[in-house]
Design a protein around this ligand. Sequence first.
Ligand SMILES: Nc1ncnc2c1ncn2[C@@H]1O[C@H](COP(=O)(O)OP(=O)(O)OP(=O)(O)O)[C@@H](O)[C@H]1O
Ligand SMILES: Cc1cn([C@H]2C[C@H](O)[C@@H](COP(=O)(O)O)O2)c(=O)[nH]c1=O
Length: 191
Amino acid sequence: MYICLEGIDGSGKSTQIKLLEQWLYNCGHEVLRVFEPTDSKVGRLIREMLRNPHATDENFQRTLGLLFAADRTILMDKIIDAEVEGKVVISDRCFYSSIAYQNGAEWLSQINKFARKPDLVLLLDLEPETALMRCEGKDSFEDRSFLEKIRKKYLKLAKEEEFFVVNANNGINKVHEDIKRIVARRLGMCV
Ligand SMILES: Nc1ncnc2c1ncn2[C@@H]1O[C@H](COP(=O)(O)OP(=O)(O)OP(=O)(O)O)[C@@H](O)[C@H]1O
Ligand SMILES: Cc1cn([C@H]2C[C@H](O)[C@@H](COP(=O)(O)O)O2)c(=O)[nH]c1=O
């Protein structure tokens, strides 16, 4: 089972994924936690590029789209191996981040054709204003109007791809409870 948490910067993905990992582990599941960009050479290059002040330029975004696809392709073996071993894979972002953040769904789908689609996607949804207040100015995408656009794209994707939308305006514990309920149902567990 491959589960992905998506959402704009500062929506609480890292916080929730750690709680989810601990809960799944306590319930007796073997878990692999991954994140994108990864800590591969390509992932580290991406993080460096994200510090660029021109990060929202069109060609810069195209280059990032290609690098994210490469980074993701490298990650796939690890995910597939873990699934074969019966682990639950939980991922902080996946292919859908590229669709939301970079432009051009068609060419992005082409270059991501080796990326496995998650079995379950949870979208942590909240207003960019709140997300920005929670962030610490970590990278150059943290701009209100930009995040507004990204949020709209995510909500559109959620309808098209049947994501579970979680209200991330709530407190950490309530968001965790909501996520647990959705994941438990999918894994056939009781909460
Ligand atoms: N539900 C919540 N209510 C209030 N604060 C929260 C909540 N969830 C997370 N936070 C805080 O908001 C900040 C951002 O959270 P977190 O790093 O988990 O988000 P993220 O989606 O992983 O961000 P990014 O995409 O930028 O890495 C952290 O300081 C975290 O403690
Ligand atoms: C996977 C992926 C990520 N991004 C962006 C989204 C964020 O601004 C950063 C990643 O940092 P975070 O700590 O996980 O928030 O990268 C993107 O633009 N495209 C992608 O495919």
